[in-house]
Design a protein around this ligand. Structure first.
Ligand code: NAD
Length: 472
């Protein structure tokens, strides 16, 4: 059994979480579950560690974060295997993610001593400067789809800015978060700088969000949970960053190479078994290539290798849980009953575990639930358009605004449409969403604030203005 990590102590918590291996549907490990006393102890440990950690020079913090990054890279295979087994994601993806965690720590180690204030020429004649100040104790609440990646997107800038952290992983996937906490200690980060407390969101997460000694919550998860966190944070006016749900558009114009666009359309929605906030789950296709594109997508989806996450040839693993598969199956049923045409997939293969074959719905329309709602499973809705205006209107017809793609060989149109689509992240002739050095985050109900790049540093610091009178 894995215990909690509070300071350099390993408390047993108040209960146990049985962690499953979704490819088999069987137990994989056991982890302690935190109770209210553990939340208070973790926040207290982070509060005690804060003066020393925030008081180190940025260069000294950077040195320790570089060591943390190196240690993570040396354990990349171990972390990747844990994540592949616990989430069910293909080992090739998990290896990329483990190295991305090391890259993220290295980026923010490098950022620590390059994040500084200004000298401002104010009307009075003295000297006006700004300083970047750490916030204090930061609570990080993360989901199960990219557990170690999303934790590190928050942990690394938070630590670089001088904050101390209490990390709450999702109950389905707490293993890599605990391992990262252990590696932080092993790298020489002082005890209490990183604390890890698995446990239910409704208790441990909610207590963190309401805790008077927590200065900020960095959250990734469902929009409904984000709303609850905003409410809980209101009492003490906490800083809050939210990365929430998505229903991202993929707009494909008729001048695009159908085979290339179809391959990307399939990869960008079925990666991670569709459990991706950036999944391009609404494919919006110019009518001239619509039938050909639907056929090419179906052929690519049928060819996807769905299977054992630890087999390097696997392209799609199982869903994370039985509940997530059932939820996805309900949407497959809703797609058919709502009038869309199921072209392929949506069935359980003959094997144990929480597998589902990738499903493509054609002839979808707005106000169908498979078009409007985030499914978070391997289901895509394809719909035709006739004009550029209609394509933009369909792309923007969502409560979400996280990411999107657009495909065209006409760069004047590419620029026009890229500016008109209202999402925080957009890729043209590409399905990529994440560049560690560039900002990531959503418009509308997809979130508040930005992660990654130097933008994240703003969200883990206060700006202090100091005026020095030189002629009092
Ligand atoms: P979730 O909201 O159910 O859970 C996320 C985390 O919040 C978990 O650790 C959970 O225990 C905790 N939590 C639950 N209730 C809470 C409460 N009342 N107070 C505090 N914490 C609470 O989300 P999930 O099902 O784990 O993840 C899937 C969702 O995450 C999808 O909607 C997806 O789009 C979103 N997501 C967004 C991004 C992004 O960057 N925008 C990235 C990945 C996932």
């Amino acid at each position: 059994m894995h215990s909690l990590l509070i300071g350099d102590k390993r408390p047993a918590g108040s209960g146990r979480i049985t962690v499953l291996e979704p490819a088999l549907g069987t137990p994989m490990d056991e982890v302690a579950s935190a109770a209210e006393a553990d939340v208070n102890a973790a926040v207290a440990a982070a509060k005690t560690a804060f003066p020393h950690w925030s008081g180190l020079t940025a260069v000294a913090r950077a040195d320790l974060l570089f060591r943390f990054s190196d240690l993570v890279r040396s354990r990349a295979e171990e972390l990747a295997t844990l994540e592949a087994r616990n989430v069910g994601k293909p080992i090739g993806d998990a290896r990329w993610e483990a190295n991305h965690v090391a890259d993220t720590l290295r980026y923010y180690a490098g950022a620590a001593d390059k994040f500084f204030g200004e000298t401002i020429p104010v009307k009075k004649g003295g000297l006006d400067i700004t300083l970047r100040d750490a916030l204090g104790v930061v609570g990080l609440i993360v989901p199960w789809n990219f557990p170690m990646v999303i934790a590190t997107w928050k942990l690394a800038p938070a630590l670089a800015c001088g904050n101390t952290v209490v990390l709450k992983p999702a109950s389905l996937t707490p293993l890599t978060a605990l391992r990262l906490g252990e590696l932080a200690l092993e790298a020489g980060l002082p005890p209490g700088v990183v604390n890890v407390i698995p446990g239910p969101g409704s208790t441990v997460g909610a207590l963190l969000a309401a805790h008077p000694d927590v200065a900020k919550i960095g959250f990734t998860g469902e929009t409904a949970t984000g709303r609850a966190i905003l409410q809980a944070s209101a009492q003490t006016i906490k800083r809050v960053s939210l990365e929430l749900g998505g229903k991202s558009p993929n707009v494909i114009f008729g001048d695009t190479d159908v085979a290339v666009a179809a391959r990307h359309a399939v990869d960008s929605v079925f990666a991670n078994a569709g459990q991706d906030c950036c999944a391009r789950s609404r494919v919006i296709v110019e009518r001239s290539i619509y039938p050909a594109l639907v056929d090419a997508m179906a052929a690519a989806a049928r060819n996807m290798k769905v299977g054992d996450p630890l087999d390097p040839a696997t392209e799609m693993g199982p869903l994370v849980s039985a509940a997530q598969r059932e939820r996805t199956e309900q949407y497959v049923a809703l797609g058919t009953s709502g009038g869309a045409r199921l072209v392929c997939g949506g069935a359980r293969p003959e094997r144990p575990g929480f597998f589902l074959t990738p499903a493509i719905f054609a002839d979808a329309r707005p106000r169908m639930r498979i078009v409007d709602e985030e499914i978070f499973g391997p289901v895509v809705a394809v719909m035709p358009f006739d004009t550029e205006e209609e394509a933009v209107a369909l792309a923007n017809d969502s409560i979400y605004g996280l990411s999107g793609s657009l495909w065209t060989n006409d760069m004047k149109r590419g620029l026009r449409v890229a500016r008109a689509i209202r999402t925080g992240v957009l890729s043209v002739n590409s399905s990529s969403s994440v560049h560690l050095q560039a900002p990531f985050g959503g418009y509308r109900q997809s979130g508040l604030g930005r992660e990654l790049g130097m933008h994240a540093m703003d969200h883990y610091s206060e700006t202090k203005n100091i005026y020095f009178e030189t002629n009092p």
